[in-house]
Design a protein around this ligand. Structure first.
Ligand code: FES
Length: 109
């Protein structure tokens, strides 16, 4: 599971079938944009903003359990949010995510 340290209430962000295996989906929680990714049925949630130059990571693509930013090719670990490839050196926030009764729920945003 992604970082659950922030705690707080769960927020419904979309239907589970809107983010099928192999897909990325952008959602909004308040003023925050979050990128959801489904890798082989495992859901991940990261802040939808590349730490290099703020490009939306949801426009990128999945490489295993990483997302690659289409702007300059930085990569981030979906589970930890850590940057794994230059030019990004800082990670991005991660959020706890779960599926409940067909709903995708997010916590920590
Ligand atoms: S904005 Fe993402 S790699 Fe530059």
């Amino acid at each position: 599971m992604p970082d659950a340290s922030a705690g707080g209430d769960w927020t419904r962000v979309c239907d589970a079938d809107e983010v099928a295996p192999g897909q990325i989906k952008a959602v909004e929680v308040g003023n925050l944009r979050v990128m959801l990714a489904n890798v082989d049925g495992d859901l991940y949630a990261l802040e939808d903003r590349c730490s290099h130059q703020d490009f939306p990571l949801s426009a990128g693509f999945l490489e295993g359990r990483q997302v690659e930013c289409v702007f300059h090719g930085a990569r981030f670990d979906l589970e930890t949010g850590k940057a794994t490839c230059l030019p990004a050196v800082r990670g991005v926030r991660t959020f706890e995510v779960q599926v409940d009764g067909g709903d995708v729920l997010l916590r920590g945003a």
